[in-house]
Design a binder for this molecule. Structure first.
Ligand SMILES: Nc1nc2c(c(=O)[nH]1)N[C@H]1C(S)=C(S)[C@@H](COP(=O)(O)OP(=O)(O)OC[C@H]3O[C@@H](n4cnc5c(N)ncnc54)[C@H](O)[C@@H]3O)O[C@H]1N2
Ligand code: MOO
Length: 397
């Protein structure tokens, strides 16, 4: 079995996962993190009307020296004044309230002789002439109805939810979340809640991959642990393929060269299904194809290999499907002891990038190193060692 280049397999994963679909969802907190599939356009002006930015008095001076005004109305927030201000008149207004037609400025209550609470007085005296427009929020000063609030591809952020809802938008067109079923395979796997007995191990991949998928914007709809029995896996995959709520199946384990590689046994006879060994480490053994009509990505069983393979191969395809921009690799100065690396395959080294731009690879092993890592150093196929001071490519986790 020859070693397949990482870029080739990554492109095959992208092709298999495709472009994803668009759906219309409510513009509420559940839309946060989604990407717009169409521009978001304001339905209403924001503010919807000229309104007060202060608790105080809306005034219409008869001249620059006027200090004392007749108070002709009281406008709590949420009400619409049914009167206009004539010259020389004022109205008590609360922050956010619609100001009467004729308002020239709002004077905060602290700048008047009026009590802040209780009934509105008959007259009010202000301490200085207000500037025209002072403390009045003009209709549409933030956005006008029909203006574009956010471009296609923008992320729905908490601030965009506020902007859109304030401008009267109730729904958004977004890229649909990929609905993923995660299946960990292996006869030795025992849920962490159960006793693993003499030969069992605590199962960890299913929840790790599910969390990675959710972190990539997927909706995880099933999380399963399956034995090495081909019939059991086949029955499970049949059910997942028949389920219209599953867009993608991700498996772990059962893909390498052993005698009981259940994923390989069940899927390699399927038309177009390929099992390959990538020129990368960890995460080299991989499978890819369709079970029935359902796309399926088969990650290796070793937890670090599955994690790295998800990050390197699946994350870019999922980002594309979900309309998220491609994550950019960075560069950093390797620091620490000289490390020998294996040529002939790209190595991804679980590493820690410091705020000063240096990156080190802790001596800890496997999952301990992964849990401490915030990036992967990508060591090219031709490189056989990392030396302190080397300029390296880093992928942020
Ligand atoms: N003769 C060869 N043996 C192996 C090769 C090879 O090329 N020739 N490749 C090695 C590499 S690299 C990897 S990676 C693994 C991939 O093997 P599988 O995908 O078939 O995975 P398993 O054999 O099922 O498990 C590997 C390892 O990971 C543990 N594991 C599996 N699933 C889980 C889980 N859900 N939670 C926690 N731990 C899990 C499992 O117990 C094994 O220790 O193959 C190498 N062998
Ligand atoms: O590809 Mo494997 O153990 O190196 O993950």
């Amino acid at each position: 079995m020859g070693h397949v280049p990482v870029a080739e397999h990554r492109a095959a994963v992208e092709r298999l996962l495709g472009d994803g679909v668009v759906e219309t969802v409510a513009l509420d907190r559940h839309a946060a993190g989604r990407r717009l599939a169409a521009q978001l356009v304001a339905v209403d002006d924001l503010p919807r009307f000229d309104s007060s930015a202060m608790d105080g008095y809306a005034v219409r001076p008869a001249g620059p020296d006027q200090r004392t005004y007749e108070v002709v109305g009281d406008v709590p927030a949420g009400s619409a004044p049914g009167f206009e201000l004539a010259e020389g008149q004022a109205a008590r207004v609360m922050t956010g309230a619609r100001v009467p037609v004729g308002t020239v400025a709002v004077v905060p209550v602290e700048r008047t002789d009026a009590a802040p609470t209780g009934p509105a007085p008959g007259t009010v005296t202000i301490d200085a002439a207000p500037a025209d427009g002072q403390h009045v929020r003009l209709r549409g000063e933030d956005v006008f109805a029909g203006s574009v609030l956010a471009a296609t591809g923008s992320e729905v952020t908490p601030a965009l939810i506020a902007l859109g809802r304030s401008a009267g938008c109730t729904a958004v067109d977004v890229r649909a979340r990929t609905r993923v079923a995660v299946v960990a395979t292996g006869a030795e796997l025992v849920r962490a809640e159960s006793d693993p007995g003499a030969g069992g191990i605590h199962e960890s991949n299913s929840d790790m991959v599910a969390a990675l998928a959710e972190g990539a914007g997927c909706a995880v709809v099933r999380v399963e642990v399956c034995s090495d029995e081909p019939d059991e896996l086949r029955a499970l995959l049949d059910a997942l393929d028949a389920d219209p709520g599953v867009d993608l199946v991700v498996t772990t384990g059962g893909v390498s060269a052993g005698a009981y590689e259940v994923v390989r046994q069940v899927c390699s006879p399927l038309p177009g299904f390929a099992f390959v060994h990538l020129a990368m480490q960890p995460g080299g053994p991989q499978g890819l194809g369709r079970y029935g009509s359902t796309p399926m990505v088969c990650l290796p069983g070793t937890p670090v290999g599955a994690f790295v393979a998800f990050h390197v191969l699946m994350r870019p395809a999922l980002d594309r499907r979900h309309g998220a921009p491609a994550r950019r690799a960075g560069r950093a100065a390797y620091t620490g002891r000289t490390r020998r690396t294996r040529t002939g395959r790209v190595q991804f080294v679980t590493s820690v990038l410091a705020p000063d731009g240096t990156v080190r690879a802790p001596d800890a092993r496997h999952l301990t190193a992964l849990a401490a890592a915030n990036c992967l150093i990508e060591v090219p196929e031709s490189v056989d060692q990392l030396i302190s001071g080397d300029d390296v490519v880093v992928h942020h986790l």
